[in-house]
Design a protein around this ligand. Sequence first.
Ligand SMILES: *Cc1c(COP(=O)(O)O)cnc(C)c1O
Length: 389
Amino acid sequence: MSQTKIPILDLKPQYQTIKAEIQAAVNQVLESGQFILGSVVQQFETAAAAYLGVKHAIGVNSGTDALIIGLRALGIGPGDEVITTPFSFFATAESISSVGAKPVFVDIDPHTFNLDPQQILAKVTPQTKAIMPVHLYGNPAAMAQIVEIAAEHNLKLIEDCAQAFGAVYKGDCAGCQQACAETVRQDLMGKRVGTIGQIGAFSFFPTKNLGAYGDGGLIVTHEDAIADLARMLRVHGAKERYRNQMLGYNSRLDALQAAILQVKLRYIDTWNQQRRQVAQAYNQLLTGVAGVIPPTMSDGHVFHQYTIRILNGQRDRVQQALADQGISTMIYYPVPQDRLPIYCDQYPINPNSQALAEQVLSLPIWPELELKTVENIAQVIVENLGIHN
Ligand SMILES: *Cc1c(COP(=O)(O)O)cnc(C)c1O
């Protein structure tokens, strides 16, 4: 195979396809002299809200801030518990701890990598105020069951959509090969993630599936009162300048990022579709390979990451074999949130998350990734695992 290095993500080919539009949009902002919030940010907020199918979109500094401000806008703080998944990036639990609340970890379903709705009820207490599911790797969580539990126990729902811009909810069992009972909530079918709970929080970190060329984030909600609060919180808790009413944040989306994102938003469906095609190609090549569990191809999944499971303690060896061929891979995440030094003394082990941290391997994926590269990568994996059924 070729010795050209294959990164886990290459942003350069995509830039080449939109270079003229990006440069025109950036130049317009530079000429305008307006760099923070303002009309360009508003236009992007309006376009993003229309795309997602939600009333309000509020641009902020980062996905982390979108979660923190989202929790504050829901009135969550000290003494409150928020149920979430251990199997995510630390920003998920960090946002809960940052507002003074307590993250309560519920284990994942190993087939979807997402919060297992069957295990939520056992962790609900009188202090529980919200559930924060994560649509990990771009795969929508089992929202029908989560929505039902939230409604029954009067809990708020804040979706961490940092990896899932444009992902569509298609049922709790979409693409599932298990013999599980499908829960159908027709009213939720076809909704984009982030618009199902009270709040959706998105990240535009450059490597995300909708990425800016710097930090950025977005809060979305159907509710006017939540939107008002979030807009205040992003500018130091003031509705009117110099009339601050509460402790807020300096967390504004800048106009350059908004202009770039508005160009990229026009392509997001195409790019998400291309990601799905790359995932489909990997799945065809890796299905039936002993010792590998490819991800399920659920309908609304946008494959921010393409993550396989490698069984029998072979993951690190396969990762090394790929590295030896110049192929970069990543482990998202090597340590579940509840096992991190900041939390591990306070929480028991969640066995599925713990087991998957030792099995998962994320392979190179981006919309323009070529099929022959996918074939090369899959071949190295197959060769290093031996038997192909
Ligand atoms: C990236 C990410 C975040 C944080 O987003 P930033 O924009 O980097 O602050 C939160 N949650 C998840 C699941 C993420 O992947």
